[in-house]
Structures are given as structure tokens and as C-alpha cells.
Design a binder for this molecule. Structure first.
Ligand code: ZN
Length: 163
């Protein structure tokens, strides 16, 4: 079983990941090395609940850790390579992938797009300040870099009208 959960920031994807992880015995959580917002070895939801996670980018870094594990939760899938994801897809394990589908310019993240075509997916929505469902992540300030790690001080979920 492989499932992708995607959407903008603040759509409670990490909250879902953490709850599902806690409900799954013999599971492991993985996140990317790029995202060290909370320090290494953790995934923390916006409401402050945390679990242990492995920070990696290459499949070789987790090959040993996932041995014998039944379920794998991967956060921030947009930061991983397609090659990394393909290796996970080849495993006979339950895998939940979580990530952003679009950057702040509204362009698709290639790895998430690749997964959308390959496996079943569920879209999570956030809420815009106007109350409408939010499908986009807007950047307020910061640099023009596509990858810039930040929280609500830098990013905001918005609807089409408020992009
Ligand atoms: Zn709006």
C-alpha cells in the first residue's frame, strides 16, 4: 500500500503523519535533511506535537533502518529525488508520502508530481485568511529562492484570489 498526501503548508499534513505514525506499530518516520527547523531527528506539527524521525536524503542512509519495519512515513517528499522515491516504491511495505505539491510560485514540485502520477493520492486543504479553502502557499518576504525553510512568519496558505 502506497499513498501520497499532498497540499499547501498549514494543511495539517504533519499532524496527520504524526497521528498515523503513533497508530502504526513497527513504523519509522523519515524527513529531509534540508528541513532542520526543529533540529535533527524530529518531525513536529504546527500544534507542537513531535515524533522521532530520521533526516536523510539518500536511500543508502535509511536502507538499514527500514529493515524489518512494516510502515514508513516520509515527510517533505518534495525535497527528495525521484530516484529516492522509486527505491521506496519498489519495497513491499506500507508507505505514506507527505509533501507540498506546489512551490510559492504555484509551480509543481517534480517529485510530488511524479508520485501523483504513480500512486493513489489525497489532497489536504488549508484555510485562507478569507475563510476559503487554501490550495496555495504564499511567501511573505524572504528571498526569491524556491527552497527557503520557514514557518508562519514567512509562509501563508491562500486561496486563488489571495495568491
Ligand atoms: Zn482567500
Amino acid at each position: 500500500m502506497k499513498l501520497l498526501i499532498y497540499g499547501p503548508m498549514f494543511a495539517k499534513k504533519s499532524t496527520h503523519l504524526i497521528k498515523s505514525y503513533k497508530d502504526s506499530p513497527n513504523s519509522i518516520a523519515i524527513t529531509n535533511k534540508i528541513d532542520m527547523r526543529y533540529g535533527a531527528g524530529k518531525i513536529i506539527s504546527h500544534d507542537g506535537i513531535e515524533i522521532d524521525a530520521i533526516n536523510c536524503c539518500e536511500f543508502s542512509e535509511i536502507a538499514e533502518a527500514i529493515n524489518g519495519v512494516e510502515t514508513i512515513f516520509v515527510d517533505e517528499i518534495q525535497f527528495f529525488s525521484q530516484e529516492f522515491v522509486e527505491k521506496l516504491l519498489a519495497l513491499d511495505k506500507k508507505i505514506f508520502f507527505y509533501g507540498l505539491d506546489k512551490n510559492f510560485l504555484g509551480e509543481s514540485f517534480p517529485t510530488t508530481e511524479f508520485l501523483q502520477k504513480r500512486i493513489e493520492s489525497v489532497k489536504f486543504w488549508a484555510k485562507c485568511r478569507c475563510g476559503m479553502p487554501a490550495d496555495f502557499t504564499k511567501k511573505n518576504g524572504g528571498s526569491n529562492n524556491i527552497i527557503e525553510i520557514g514557518g508562519s512568519e514567512l509562509y501563508e496558505p491562500v486561496c486563488k484570489k489571495h495568491r
